[in-house]
Design a protein around this ligand. Structure first.
Ligand code: ZN
Length: 349
């Protein structure tokens, strides 16, 4: 009984489609449509019978019935379009269908967009969520919360664009273009209690002389994780996993201590130069290594500033230079390509 239902459907489909393809005018198409899909059409009647078959088979047969119905309708539409087209062509003989059409230009994603979505995918596997934040930021979140008070020398390393506040109630120097995506740490941690794992991809701005390896705008992914018992080895494991996923499992990494005000201890991650394999070249300034990912354990002052208890929770933070990732992957020798809107350049990647 069941086989008959499915066989019936296929038989009706074959019959309908061969009739439709043989139809030469719109009137016969309309007749075929009635014959199968009309109120008393063959297919319509068969579809009504589906309710009477056993429940466990109904979904499968129902799906087949839908496919058959769609196939018949699609063929009807196509054939009707072909017939109409032929009518028009006969009326205006001037149209020559053999002339090749104009191929539409199809674009592709910007290399930076590709890399950002890859980075988000890798961190998702580790349970990180991606967040977005304002590029116009307050001094408070960009510096103060991150343990960089007004007179801290670290401010000298982040040449800052200050926004004009003369006609507003804001004090001078309070509103800036963010110099680091880390500015989102405070905003997020103030709102979410641990455990928290977040990455923030985005643009940063610093007042730099623009050349092949420096720009006043650069892409960065900031990330951080706060929970009970987070240790330095968790940070190492995370960096190792992420960079091997992004750059290939054969890369070599090394870690060195460094100093940033918002981490203690601070860690610098180096990747063996992918151009010279550690021998030394222009790209790695003849060191054999390329700086990839500053990181560290979040400073207790930062945790306190957002209302966390450093005795209860600990965490790590890191930043990945997106521009560096893009240039390494696409073998670009000039960072300015990334902000150049010239399609002739971008189409190469
Ligand atoms: Zn090198």
């Amino acid at each position: 009984m069941l086989m008959t239902m499915e066989e019936n459907l296929m038989a009706i489909k074959n019959e309908a489609i061969s009739l439709i393809l043989a139809a030469e005018n719109l009137q016969s198409l309309e007749e075929i449509k009635l014959q199968f899909l009309g109120r008393k059409g063959k297919l319509t009647l068969l579809l009504k019978e589906i309710t009477s078959i056993p429940t466990e088979d109904r979904a499968r047969v129902g799906q087949l019935a839908n496919e058959v119905k769609n196939a018949v309708e699609d063929t009807l539409d196509n054939q009707s379009a072909i017939i109409k087209d032929e009518v028009i062509t006969t009326k205006k003989k001037a149209i020559d269908k053999t002339i090749p059409g104009v191929e539409p230009k199809i674009g592709h994603l910007h290399p930076m967009t590709h890399v950002i979505s890859d980075v988000i995918d890798v961190f998702k596997q580790l349970g990180f969520q991606a967040a977005d934040g304002p590029e116009i930021e307050t001094d408070h979140y960009n510096f103060e919360v991150l343990n960089i008070p007004k007179d801290h020398p670290a401010r000298d390393t982040q040449m800052t664009f200050y926004l004009d506040t003369r006609n507003s109630k804001t004090s001078p120097g309070e509103i800036i273009l963010r110099t680091q995506t880390s500015a989102m740490q405070g905003r997020i941690m103030e709102k979410i209690k641990p455990p928290v794992r977040v990455i923030v991809p985005g643009k940063n701005f610093r007042y730099e002389q623009v050349d092949a390896s420096h720009g006043f705008e650069f892409g960065q992914v900031e990330g951080f994780c706060v929970d009970k018992h987070i240790r330095l080895t968790d940070l190492f494991g995370t960096i190792d996993y992420v960079l091997k996923k992004l750059m290939g499992k054969d890369i070599k990494l090394k870690f060195a201590t460094t100093n940033f005000p918002f981490v203690e201890p601070g860690v610098d991650t180096y990747i063996e130069c992918t151009v010279c394999k550690g021998k030394g070249c222009n790209f790695c300034k003849h060191t054999g290594w390329s700086e990839m990912m500053p990181a560290g354990m979040i400073h207790p002052n930062v945790l306190k500033a957002v209302g966390y208890d450093p005795k209860e929770v600990s965490g790590f933070a890191f930043a990945i230079g997106l521009s560096r990732l893009v240039t390494l992957r696409y073998h670009m020798d000039d960072l300015r390509i990334l902000t150049n809107p010239d399609l002739r350049i971008l189409e190469q990647f």
